[in-house]
Design a protein around this ligand. Structure first.
Ligand code: ATP
Ligand code: MG
Length: 569
């Protein structure tokens, strides 16, 4: 006979120690979560410098020291109790909470699953030293130390073997802890951060004046130099940070960070919205790095929706995504977004020198021409242009020399034209006096059939003829050297072969393929008027510095670089 299953009969309140351990399951997953909580506390305490020491990836020891406001003995003892916090008083304080912490959970949770020690003082006179093992206070003394707090966490999960088993290799845990510090270091460039792992310094960032200096300190100059500033505001939402230059994006290893009201948030949708801003500039498969700080009023977002506060809930997510996309797009637009030819120098393009004049159409971003308040329709100078190798066009800008790849540049111009025309009236086509007849294979014929409407809109009016032949009545005329038959053959073969397959949108895919095939080729000599038209159209395009394959259409040779090379500085 088997015993009947035991059914619980009485409701009991769990002892605090057990409750803490259960809460710890949510807050403390691995050493990196301890690092995150302790560093957040240090920042909340107004620290100017935060030090993290790890042994064995934090499995043996985690120590976080700060020079923040510290605590006296009474507060330190209280801080170890559940729901003890100095950061909010009422539930209403949660709206717009500006500190990282607000639940009063982290310290008791960590102390319940480790050998925990805190040394702290608010003033270098009063202070406390407490030791807690598995949630049980073992020593609680008054003690003196300098202002600030040091918390040491040893033998994490020593009393919860099941969790301890889940800890990964030292290198993996170390990496996660470094990442936790990195993320927080990005939120506060003004605070010094250091992390050592078994005595090796893995993070060492002095206080920095600007975010870009902190980025350089964390990831090095090489990466920092590929980033373009993002600064955009729409209604209540402000987006700041960095977006990587499209041509420098790579398929792997990108950095993707989102902060909301100064708090790190894991939000793949916001990152994806940022990536959407790269539409038509980045090669399929390349993942540009993004560091985005979103600021909006406290009542427009709820940060209390995740145990480790890694998610936020927006009142209007759709709006947020739309603005993030626009912010990234805007960052890619200026001429200054062109890649510098020599790295390691600052560069900026704000206008063009020279003496030829050009009449600008309305609606053009005229700051390109270095005028504060230019009047559309007025004539403004364009630079003298020089074509080299029948492929590149050089001209002077206010801050250096710009070098344009004529094919990539024309591709960008045509792409933007075609996108407008595909959604509007279509391209003015030329009717051929003698219609062209071309032969295609079955996949190409199918592609023509599937894209007939789009082909028509860019100017190809095509009619099936007999068997494998089609008749072409009209063709576009993007430039004088345009070879309509060759362009159509290449375009149709690209469409049939699924080129640009990584692009999301059928219209964009078509426009990019057309632009690529219809654009002026490298190796064509251009006369002065042709060059001028191309450069002016490029400079007045929305995204002049990037072609449609994720390559630059223009690079800059900064004047400072020339001066440096020739020893003029
Ligand atoms: N490094 C520190 N310096 C000064 N005070 C600290 C420090 N760490 C913690 N405290 C105090 O201890 C309290 C409890 O810390 P704990 O991390 O448990 O909770 P919290 O930060 O208020 O909220 P959360 O659980 O959301 O992190 C804090 O509110 C703060 O007053
Ligand atoms: Mg905290």
């Amino acid at each position: 006979m088997t015993a009947p299953p035991r059914t619980p009969t009485r409701v009991q309140v769990l002892p605090a120690q057990v409750a803490d351990q259960i809460a710890a399951g949510e807050v403390v997953e691995r050493p990196a979560s301890v690092v995150k909580e302790l560093v957040e506390n240090a920042l909340d305490a107004g620290a100017r410098a935060v030090r993290v020491e790890l042994e064995d990836g934090g499995k043996t020891l985690i120590r976080v020291s700060d020079d923040g406001q510290g605590m006296d003995h009474e507060d330190a003892a209280l801080a170890l109790q559940r729901h003890a916090t100095s950061k909010i008083r009422t539930a209403a304080d949660l709206i717009g909470v500006a500190t990282f912490g607000f639940r009063g959970e982290a310290l008791p949770a960590i102390a319940s699953v480790s050998r925990f020690e805190i040394e702290t003082s608010p003033d270098g006179i009063n202070g406390a030293h407490l030791r807690v093992t598995g949630g049980k206070v073992e020593a609680s003394e008054h003690a003196v130390r300098q202002r600030g707090t040091t918390i040491t966490v040893r033998a994490l999960f020593f009393n919860t073997p099941a969790r301890r088993k889940f800890l990964r290799a030292t290198a993996t845990e170390t990496r996660a802890a470094v990442e936790a510090v990195t993320v927080l270091a990005l939120t506060r460039p003004d605070v010094a951060f250091a992390l050592t792992s078994d005595g090796r310094a893995l993070v060492d960032c002095p206080p920095a004046a600007r975010l870009i200096d902190r980025v350089r300190g964390l990831w090095g100059r090489e990466l920092a130099d590929t980033l373009l500033p993002v600064a955009h505001r729409e209604g209540p939402l402000e987006v700041n940070g960095f977006a990587q230059r499209p041509a420098q994006a790579r398929p792997a290893g990108r950095k993707g960070y989102v902060f909301v009201r100064g708090r790190p948030i894991r939000d793949p949708f916001i990152l994806r919205a940022g990536e959407a801003g790269y539409r038509s500039t980045v090669a399929p498969g390349d993942r540009p790095s993004l560091v985005l700080f979103l600021d909006l009023p406290g009542d427009a977002v709820d940060v209390n929706v995740h145990p480790a506060k890694l998610e936020a809930r927006f009142r209007d997510k759709f709006f947020v995504e739309k603005v993030v996309e626009a912010a990234v797009r805007e960052a890619l637009a200026p001429l200054a977004a062109a890649a510098p030819l020599a790295s390691g120098t600052g560069y900026r393009v704000s206008g063009i020198g020279g003496d030829q004049e050009v009449q600008l159409p309305a609606g053009v971003p005229l700051e390109l021409f270095g005028r504060d308040n230019p009047i559309p329709g007025t004539r403004y100078p364009v630079p003298s242009l020089l074509q080299v190798f029948d492929t590149y066009i050089l001209f002077q800008t206010e801050s250096g020399v710009a070098i344009v790849d004529q094919h990539s540049a024309h591709e960008r111009v045509l792409y933007e034209d075609v996108m407008r025309q595909l959604t509007g009236d279509g391209v003015p086509a030329q009717r051929l006096l003698l219609p062209l007849t071309l032969d295609f294979g079955p996949p190409e014929l199918e592609a023509i059939d599937a894209h007939r409407e789009l082909l028509q809109r860019v100017g190809f009016e095509i009619e099936p003829f007999s068997g494998r032949s089609v008749v072409i009545h009209t063709v576009p005329n993007p430039h004088p050297r345009f070879d309509a038959a060759r362009c159509l053959q290449e375009l149709v073969s690209d469409l049939a072969g699924g080129r640009f397959g990584g692009w999301q949108n059928r219209l964009e895919r078509f426009a990019a393929t057309y632009a690529c095939r219809a654009a002026i080729k490298a190796g064509n000599r251009l006369d002065a008027d042709e060059m001028r038209e191309l450069v002016v159209r490029l400079l007045t395009a929305t995204l002049p510095a990037h072609d449609v394959h994720g390559r630059p259409s223009m690079v800059q040779l900064p004047k400072e670089e020339l001066e440096r090379r020739f020893g003029r500085t």
